[in-house]
Ligand binder design. Structure first.
Ligand SMILES: Nc1nc2c(ncn2[C@@H]2O[C@H](COP(=O)(O)OP(=O)(O)OP(=O)(O)O)[C@@H](O)[C@H]2O)c(=O)[nH]1
Ligand SMILES: [Mg+2]
Length: 468
């Protein structure tokens, strides 16, 4: 059986395209405050693992509903023939420019799509909508009404009473703010308008719920990988000579490259998270906008997302480690880093002191002569917490974001502080142990990694854990 299809129809500018974007998870759907934005019917499939779960057809709004209804009534041959009369209307007006929009919106319905009629519940009901609803009744197709809430007014009860005359199912659905659970609920109620669709739509809802959980896990795994990279990254800068001046230069260069590595890994993690939630287009639109405004290494990022000295001390004590700002210098690390038999550690250590800059630095002798300065990993105990806070906040905003939203991703940096508090003491302690292991060059046990990723997934998208 082909996937259930729904035509989203209604008056111009009532949020039809917004509903299509949200339900099809497609931010390419054209949405604008001007009536007449959608001029052609267009199908948007919701795909999962290559399979089409359902299709939504975006359509232009009714323009001449009263004239259409007058034509239908003039050709009425009784209730049994009404859907045929609608098809005849389309044939009779195939090249009539006046009814272009009605043709676009009625054709998919005549061809078998279900109907989702969209109204704006923030505006009062008016009798001008009755011709539209009457035409839809004439089609005889399964139909449901959605009350969208575009602005602040509330005329929902008035709308419910009127819509109830034409539609057996009426739901309030806010295209912009509806969360994932609400979308699933809506999908299941579409099943109730036509019994042949009940099974495929319930299956689609189940598949989306399971996929939602997988998405949160994939996002969490990506964040975990970012943290592992940031905690282990090192760079090597060639040293032509061992002069203090050259070493200072190399240190500055190594430090810049190390930070750039972490920055670009963080940006890659954001892109991956956006792809996971089908928000690939977000980045391009965001470029000009202030977006998770501060740089990861800025003092503000460290203030907002980092743990306080007290929190670090408590966490460190709980995980059995000593916390201090001291640079941890691994003597003998040379062979560990460059392979057995390579020259000894020659000595120059650098302390990089500002947010995120605490890093190991050591000069190594090379087997074929000459030296290089090895910088990294960054040992600032707050770096992983800052990265975790930033990426969790980003992932959470992306996961919650509906595809009808056209504004940039607005991040209240202060919200990050609340997120850090959402990580309870026990999880914080286990993460701290993991961060220390990684920084010390030890891998995390696979079982522990699985547990931590599951915990992070619940922080990325708490609802994915509860959704049914
Ligand atoms: N705040 C809010 N705004 C909405 C909502 N739904 C739609 N809008 C806004 O309403 C305007 C019209 O939305 P569209 O989805 O383009 O409406 P449409 O019915 O497809 O319009 P046409 O294609 O022109 O008939 C846009 O500016 C949307 O951003 C909503 O649920 N909340
Ligand atoms: Mg539209």
């Amino acid at each position: 059986m082909s996937a259930p299809r729904f035509a989203i129809v209604g008056h111009p500018n009532k949020g039809k395209s917004s509903i299509v974007a949200t339900l099809a998870e497609d931010d390419a759907v054209a949405i604008s405050p001007h009536p007449g934005t959608t001029v052609q019917a267009r199908t948007y499939p919701m795909r999962l693992d290559g399979q089409v779960l359902y299709e939504l057809i975006d359509t232009p709004g009714f323009q001449r509903a009263r004239e259409v209804l007058a034509w239908l009534e003039a050709h009425d041959r009784g209730a049994g023939a009404r859907s045929a009369v609608v098809a005849e209307f389309l044939q009779a007006h195939e090249s009539d420019a006046r009814f272009h929009d009605e043709r676009e919106l009625l054709r998919p319905i005549v061809e078998g799509a279900g109907i989702l009629y969209v109204v704006d519940g923030s505006r009062p009901y008016g009798r001008q909508y009755e011709a539209e609803m009457e035409i839809l009744r004439w089609t005889g197709r399964p139909r449901m009404a959605l009350i969208n809430m575009i602005a602040a007014g509330d005329h929902v009860e008035q709308w419910r009473a009127a819509l109830g005359q034409y539609f057996s199912i009426v739901r309030v659905f806010d295209a912009v703010r509806a969360d994932f659970g609400k979308r699933i609920e809506l999908l299941r109620s579409f099943g109730a308008i036509d019994e042949r669709w009940a099974a495929p739509l319930n299956d689609a809802a189940d598949a989306l719920v399971a996929d939602r959980r997988r998405r949160a896990h994939r996002a969490a795994a990506e964040i975990a990988d970012l943290l592992a990279t940031a905690l282990t990254a090192t760079v090597a800068v060639p040293l032509a000579s061992r002069s203090a001046e050259r070493e200072a230069q190399a240190l500055a260069e190594g430090r810049t490259r190390l930070r750039d590595q972490v920055r670009s890994r963080e940006a890659a993690a954001r892109r991956t998270v956006q792809e996971i939630y089908h928000h690939d287009g977000l980045e391009a639109r965001e470029q000009a906008a202030a977006y998770l405004v501060e740089d990861v290494f800025s003092a503000q990022s460290f203030n907002v997302f980092g743990l306080s000295q007290a929190q670090l001390a408590v966490t460190g004590a709980a995980s059995g480690a000593v916390v201090g700002g001291a640079v941890d210098v691994a003597v003998g690390g040379a062979s560990l880093l460059l392979g057995a038999g390579i020259g000894a550690v020659l000595g120059a250590f650098g302390t990089l002191a500002s947010a995120g800059s605490l890093a190991k630095a050591r000069v190594l002798g090379l087997p074929l002569g000459g030296y290089e300065l090895n910088v990294g990993p960054i040992t600032d105990p707050n770096l992983p917490w800052v990265l975790l806070g930033r990426t969790l906040l980003h992932a959470r905003l992306v996961a919650e974001r509906n595809h009808a939203v056209r504004e940039g991703l607005v991040v209240d940096a202060q919200a990050g502080g609340h997120l850090a508090n959402a990580i309870d003491g026990e999880l914080r302690r286990r993460l701290d142990v993991a961060f220390r292991s990684l920084r010390g060059g030890q891998a995390i046990a696979p079982e522990e990694r699985t547990v931590l990723i599951a915990e992070l997934a619940a922080l990325v998208d708490p609802r994915s854990v509860e959704a049914r």
